[in-house]
Each structure stands twice: as C-alpha cells, then as structure tokens.
Design a protein around this ligand. Sequence first.
Ligand code: NAD
Length: 259
Amino acid sequence: MSTKIFEGKKALIFGLANERSLAWAIAQRLSEGGAELAFTYPNEAIEKRMRPLAESLGAPLILPCDVARDSDIESTFAAVKEKWGVLDILIHAVAFANREDLDKRFVETSREGFRVALDISAYSLLPMTRLAEPLMEGRGGGTVLTLSYYGAVKVIPNYNVMGVAKAALEASVRYLAHDLGPKKIRVNAISAGPVKTLAAAGIKGFRDMLAMAEQKNPLKENISAEDVGDLAAFLCGPGGKHITGSTLYVDSGAHIMGA
Ligand code: NAD
C-alpha cells in the first residue's frame, strides 16, 4: 500500500489466533495503512500465540474476551473507550462450533451445539456493534466487518451448523447496516474461499474442500489470507464509502458456479 489511508484510525480486532488467521492478514493491511490496532483473545492458550504478533504491530491494547460472555465484551469496549475514546474499524473474525457437530449429519445437531455455534459465530456481532456505535459516532461514522463463507447460502458437506450460523451472520449484517446507516456506520461481510487456518482444521474433509474449490472455481486457484486482507482494507477504506449491508466474495469466483 503506497499511501497511509488509515493514518490516525483506530481498529479493534477480534479473532487473531496465530499467523495463519484471516484476522492477521487483515491486521497487517490495516497496520500498513497506518491504523492503530487493538486485539482480543479468548483464553491463555490463544494469547500465547497471538500476543507476539499483536505486539509486533505495536498494539496498545491486548485484551481478554470470550465473546460468549457479555461482561467480557463490555469490559473490552470499556478499555477501548478509556484508551482511545473513539473507534473507526471493528473486525469480527470469530467463529466456533463443537467438533462433533461438524462430524455428524446436520440433522443430528444438538440444541446446545446449535446454540453455541450461533451464539459465538453470529450473535456476538450484535453486542460488539452496539458497543462500537457510540465510539464510532464520535468520529462521524465507522466500519464493521465480519467474515462469512458460502456454506451460508448453499450446502457444503460437513459445514453443517456453521453454515446456518453464517446465514444468520449475513442476515445480521443487513439488519445492522440498516440500523446504523444513518450514523454513517457501515456493516459488511467478506465471504472468503477456503484458507487453511486453525478454525478450518475443525471442519471434516477440509483438505478435500480446498482441492475441490481449486478445481471448480473459474480462476482455478485458491485464495490466500492476503486476498482477504486486501479486500478488508478496500472495504474499510475510502473505496468502501458507499458499500454497506453487503456480503462480498473473495473466492476466485466459486460462488457463481452451479456444479
Ligand atoms: P482462526 O482459527 O484463525 O480464527 C478463529 C478465531 O475465533 C480464533 O482467533 C479464535 O480464538 C476465535 N474464537 C473462537 N471462539 C471464541 C470465543 N468464544 N471468544 C472469542 N474468540 C473466539 O480461523 P480463521 O479461518 O481465520 O477464522 C476467522 C473467521 O473467518 C471465522 O469467522 C471463519 O468462519 C471465517 N472464514 C474462514 C474461512 C477459512 O477457510 N479459513 C473461510 C471463510 C470464512
């Protein structure tokens, strides 16, 4: 990136686990553009991996936050408010489903497994956006970005309850965009093609999914985390000024294919 389009901007990033995380590619692009970044982690095991990365980008805030807990989300935003008083960019790159719910047939998903997947992967965007709103208002607007996958729209074998969670997430993006549009706060999702990350490793047959995507998509090559970082930077930057409520695909065109 040649110009510092995010100079003076403050970004809060949920979902950095390690150097393979899509959140890491996004963080690097925002940082290259001059943004100051804050990060969260859900537990000590993740903290160990992500802290050195966050520190390498000079993050002034690295906060514990299990997004299943309202109190954690509230204390995260309270810390951001205390440190910065404002916020420009919120990145939601968080998803979770119980492994057993990704191994069985979808019809066998338990009530609890359904609740957990939807709670962490979709609902969490709502309290985050709600708490970001007053901080972004102080800037005359802001941008919220989450990550989805095509399993929200079509059946992808083994994606199961996560596909239902992503459908809820994409619908939430539209409703949030409607709520917050008058305050010039934009809310969008990036629907990314498969990338080998920690979360992806939880999906049965992920390697086959990667191979199939490469074979079937029009460009005949898989995407990289950097492609997601580039699109995120576009959406969060001036190019995204009039884009809200959208799910944008970076998947080498896979979503246009019928078979
Ligand atoms: P990742 O494992 O690096 O990131 C997932 C993150 O979710 C981790 O940082 C993890 O700590 C966090 N998380 C899980 N439960 C949490 C909780 N209770 N509280 C707080 N954080 C929690 O994997 P990733 O692939 O970079 O995933 C980021 C996002 O991208 C997810 O929403 C995922 O569904 C989405 N996505 C991934 C792909 C892919 O192929 N990797 C494709 C499309 C969309």
